[in-house]
Every structure is written in C-alpha cells, then in structure tokens.
Design a protein. Structure first.
Length: 380
C-alpha cells in the first residue's frame, strides 16, 4: 500500500536520525522506520509549491523540492540488485529525484540507466570497489549492471535521473551519432552489459543544464497525460547540451583497459586529417601493434577504417552544406589530391562527389514575396 511524505520531511528525518545516533541508513530502511513509528501519511496531501524562476538559487529551489510529495511503499529490506519497476513509476519512462543525504554506503546494481548531477557541493562516488569525489557541475552516466553507490555526507545537492533501458535506447542513443567517433564509442560501451562502465562529464556552472534538470524534476511530479512526454523532451535537451558543449570533457571507466581510451579517440577525432598510426602510437607511448589491437577491440574498426570514415563524413558535410570546390574539400579532410579523394568516395557511394552534392544539396531556394501565377481565364 502506498504511503506519502514530503521530500523535506523525509530529509529532516534522515538528518535527525544521523545527528542523534551517528548512524546512516538506506532509503528503504528509513521508510520502514517511519512506517513503524506512524510518521507516513495514508492519503496524498495537497501539493503547495513555492514560487521559483530561472534565477532562483539552489537553496531557494531546494525549498520547492522540499514541498514535493514522495510516494513510497514500505518493504522488508533493500537488495543489492534494484529493478526499474521498483523505483520508476509504472506510467513513467524517466524519473528524477533529489538524492537523499546521509545514506549508508550500500553498493548495488540496477537494470536501468542512472545519471547523477552534482548541483552544488560534492558527493562520494563508489564504483566497482573504487572511490572518488564528484564535484559541482559534474554529471555521471552509469550503465546498467554496474556496481556503484552515491553517498552525500553534508547538505550538498545532487539530482538523480533514472531512465528505463528501453527508453534510453529508443530516445537518446540517436543523439550519440555514428558520424562522430566518440559518440559511436559511447554507444558501444553503454550497450555492452558485459563490462561495468560510466561516462563522466565536466560541465562546471551551466545555467541551461541546471534549468533543464529543474524542469524535468518538477515535470516528474505532474499528474497529467503529457507529463511523461515532457520529461523525455527535457532529458533530450539535457543530452543535447552535454554532447554539444562537453564531448571533449568526457571520461569513462573500463577496468579491463587500464587507460582512458577516450583521450585516444579525442586525439584521433581532432587530428585525423594528418594522423598516422605511427605518430599516434608515439604520442601515447604505445607500440603500433598494441595500439591497433586496442582500437580494433574497443571500436570494432581498424585504424585505417576509422580515419577513412572520419574523412568521408566530414567531406559529406562540406559537400552538402558549402560551395567549396572538391579539391578544397579533399585538402581540408586530409587527402593528398582530389583524384584520390574522388576514387575513395566513389568506392563507397558508387558516384562522384559532385554527383552526390547535386543529389543531396537543396536545389530550391526560398524566394520571399513570390506570388503564385494566376491561372489564365479561358478565351471566349
């Protein structure tokens, strides 16, 4: 049976319990404690939300969150594996909460995607037996099946966004375009359930992201039929903002690799026009055979194929969206001659670069104030 309590009251109980006993408890343990002591409500109270706007401080917006109502269900105990159905409401694809403070460390796994955004202060991030501190502005995307936990030991503010795996695949992976080398790689590691992984973005103070997160969080507590779609749209904006402005900051974890492979991919992405395998190996202090194996294992492509894809994808963008000559495009993307570029291009698309441009460029231009030709009156 569902019970109810406001965010603010719940957090006050967590803080009071910790201050009095010196012990921390898990979320469900506190819910059970409150139920035994008759502190949960049987009926959902009316929501009275304080006023806020885009200029509200974190402290002011926390008062808005404190007024929101948590719907909880007492249960026997927490488990080390959390299923999406036990925490994401049935009618929702996305659910966002302010992460409880003063919880006891309890590493767990779940079958959904979790995104933690440190709004203010810091939190302790435990991942696969390793610890680190996430600071204000950092956003961590945790892949399903990864052993982890987030704990907050003070009054810091962290938003936790939970997305069903099916929803993540259907709505958000398309943003990680295959035309972008890093995007393709991040799709690969997040979809691979055999490895524990996370992505870490360093956003600092981004007003747009904070606003998107706030709106998404509040939208989760609306009860109409449009709310779920609105939440998905807010999360789309969040991911778009991350990929547009912070792709170069991404780090990831892979316990098998022992290195931050994203740095290698970033270097390839930014230097592919003139890059050779030998120069890449020298820069990162690898042997060429080992680096070739590393690239093939983690991207499914050889170094040569990666370079070709990056060059051709960039060339297509220039063909369709600019008036540059083919020779200029060939030079810009790293080919030593227009003929070489045309041969490679024709080998992939079975047509020349100019034929491709003619087929895919917008031929009709917008002509303002153009009147439609009036039909002629038939002669008598």
């Amino acid at each position: 049976m569902n019970k109810y309590i406001s965010y603010g009251e719940f957090q006050n109980h967590m803080r009071r319990y910790y201050n009095q006993s010196g012990n921390k408890v898990q979320f469900i343990e506190m819910i059970n404690y409150l139920e035994v002591n008759g502190m949960l409500l049987d009926e959902r109270p009316e929501l009275v939300m304080p006023y806020w706007n885009s200029e509200s401080t974190t402290e002011e917006f926390n008062k808005v969150i404190d007024s929101l109502i948590l719907t909880v269900t007492p249960m026997e105990s927490a488990t080390s594996t959390v299923e999406e159905g036990s925490i994401i409401p049935k009618s929702r694809d996305v659910f966002i909460i302010r992460h409880p403070r003063y919880t006891r460390r309890d590493p767990h796994r779940h079958n959904y995607f979790e995104i933690n955004y440190v709004v203010e202060g810091s939190c302790n991030f435990h991942f696969n037996g390793e610890d680190q501190v996430l600071k204000s502005g950092e956003i961590c995307v945790i892949a399903p099946g990864s052993l982890h936990d987030i704990t907050i030991d003070d009054e810091s503010t962290v938003y936790t966004l939970m997305i069903r795996k099916s929803t993540f695949n259907a709505n958000f992976f398309s943003l990680l375009s295959n035309k972008d080398l890093l995007g393709h790689f991040f799709r690969t590691i997040l979809q691979d359930d055999s490895h524990e992984n996370y992505l870490l973005f360093f956003t600092r103070e981004n007003r747009k992201l904070k606003s998107y997160m706030r709106n998404a969080l509040l939208e989760c507590h609306e009860g109409d039929t449009y709310s779920n779609s609105c939440c998905i749209n807010w999360v789309n904006l969040i991911f778009s903002e991350l990929l547009r402005n912070y792709s170069s900051t991404i780090q990831f974890y892979n316990y098998q690799m022992g290195t931050d492979f994203s740095l290698i991919l970033q270097y390839i992405q930014h230097n592919y026009q003139t890059l050779t395998l030998s120069s890449l190996a020298e820069f990162f202090h690898y042997s060429e055979p080992h680096l070739s194996t590393l690239i093939k294992h983690n991207t499914g492509r050889s170094f040569t194929d990666l370079i070709k894809e990056l060059r051709i994808n960039d060339a297509i963008n220039l063909l369709v969206n600019t008036n540059m000559k083919v020779s200029q495009i060939a030079d810009q993307v790293g080919y030593n001659s227009a003929d070489h570029f045309s041969r490679v291009f024709r080998g992939i698309y079975k047509e020349s670069p100019l034929e491709y441009r003619k087929k895919h460029s917008q031929e009709e231009q917008f002509k303002p104030f153009q009147k439609e030709e009036q039909p002629r009156r038939p002669s008598l």
